[in-house]
Design a protein around this ligand. Structure first.
Ligand code: SF4
Length: 390
């Protein structure tokens, strides 16, 4: 058994060059207790005017989301950024892979800024390019590589998206994973899909949407020799799932669904497809964050909902819909710790630096990676409709 090889660094200090994210904050942050932080953020935003466009992911804190020009999930935000070619600065209140996607999809003169470089994604870190290349070579040795089509979730680093671009693969989101997998299976006779980094989204989509069985799926463990699989298992599989997961959505448990159904009769269980298969099987409705928001908006007054997604979003939905009963599907409070790295002090620091003409924490994807990642992103954009749950 190999141990996890990611270095454990205190957030805000040191560097982790092999990781999807950085951890060093090079600036002097305003104090978190400064009572003028809101006024300072407002003043900086006003001073920058149309030159800045602030994106806020649904999982961000309220203290930051109040300054967002648009909110959305990762793909919607990247598209929104691409639709504002006049904005000189894109301040991305989200995590590292999202800022990379925004940099890929925006113009060469636009600068994408992530207020805290430690805002990474533990799921994206679970599939690193060297590991993926090793797996690809192992699939060649097993004689299956020719039939494998790689599909990566949006929640992956730019070099993984580039890998998909140069190897005939595609990017997908939680709202178009079904159509992306259908596309992948049509690319070759006897095609197999290699899906990363989230095994749960891959399994839930392959089994519940495309009708494959759990036996058609195998899990590639990047920490074990040959992924922990035999050549025969690779040859027999239709879907090779990367052993990655979201540290937030992976927490939701099927027992809690049972308990809530007992204590709140008539409750509807609404979860994100990054949840474990056993949880999704017990849920009433499954969909992306945008789908979850729309479902709650359309729900009748008096209805009861348990939601399995990040807590900042669930709390915001509960506050916005006091006529509905909305509870969190986990007994223990758990925010996404890296999403929460973007707080008001980091936001104010990034914005005030821009006012002074200093660009901090710019996220730049190198041109080769950008070109290949765009190929995989463009294949996703060219997929036929069926993203009604976006
Ligand atoms: S919620 Fe999960 S997938 Fe999203 S940024 Fe956090 S760890 Fe990554």
């Amino acid at each position: 058994m190999t141990t996890v090889d990611l270095p454990l660094l205190p957030l805000g200090r040191g560097t982790d060059l092999a990781s999807e994210r950085g951890v060093e904050c090079p600036g002097d942050l305003p104090s978190a207790s400064d009572p003028d932080l809101v006024a300072r953020a407002k003043a900086a935003k006003e001073a920058l005017g149309e030159r800045v466009f602030v994106l806020g992911h649904h999982y961000q804190r309220d203290e930051v989301i109040q300054f967002a020009d648009v909110t959305g999930d990762s793909f919607k935000l990247a598209r929104d950024a691409a639709a504002r070619p006049d904005a000189e600065y894109i301040v991305f209140c989200g995590v590292h892979f999202m800022a990379e996607s925004a940099d890929i999809l925006t113009g060469p003169d636009q600068k994408v800024i992530l207020p805290d470089l430690a805002a990474g994604c533990s799921m994206a870190d679970m599939a690193r390019i060297a590991q993926v290349e090793t797996a690809w070579d192992a699939m060649a040795a097993a004689g299956v590589q020719e039939s494998v089509v790689p599909v990566t979730y949006m929640n992956s680093s730019a070099d993984i998206k580039a890998f998909c671009g140069r190897n005939g693969g595609v990017v997908c989101t939680s709202s178009n994973a079904e159509v992306a997998l259908e596309w992948a299976f049509q690319q070759k006779p006897d095609a197999k899909v290699l899906f990363f980094p989230d095994q749960h989204l891959g399994r839930n989509t392959a089994v519940l949407k495309l009708g494959y069985s759990l036996d058609d799926c195998v899990v590639w463990n990047p920490l074990q020799p040959n992924g922990g699989l035999t050549a025969e298992q690779l040859r027999d599989a239709k879907v090779i799932l990367w052993r990655g997961h979201c540290s937030v959505h992976g927490r939701f448990a099927p027992e809690v669904v049972d308990e809530l159904r007992e204590t709140i009769p008539g409750i509807n269980i609404l979860v994100h497809p990054e949840c474990q298969h056993e949880v999704v099987l017990k849920a009433d409705l499954v969909g992306s964050t945008e789908y979850i928001i729309k479902t709650i908006e359309a729900a009748p007054a008096g209805s009861a909902w348990a939601i399995g997604t990040e807590l900042n979003l669930v709390k915001r939905l509960a506050a916005q819909h006091p006529d509905k009963r909305i509870v969190f599907l986990d007994k223990n409070v758990c925010y996404c710790s890296t999403m929460n790295r973007i707080d008001l002090p980091h936001f104010v620091w990034a914005m005030e630096s821009l006012v002074e003409g200093v660009v901090v924490n710019q996220i730049i994807v190198d041109p080769d990676t950008e070109r290949e990642a765009l190929v995989a992103l463009q294949r996703m954009l060219d997929l036929p409709g069926k993203s009604d749950r976006d």
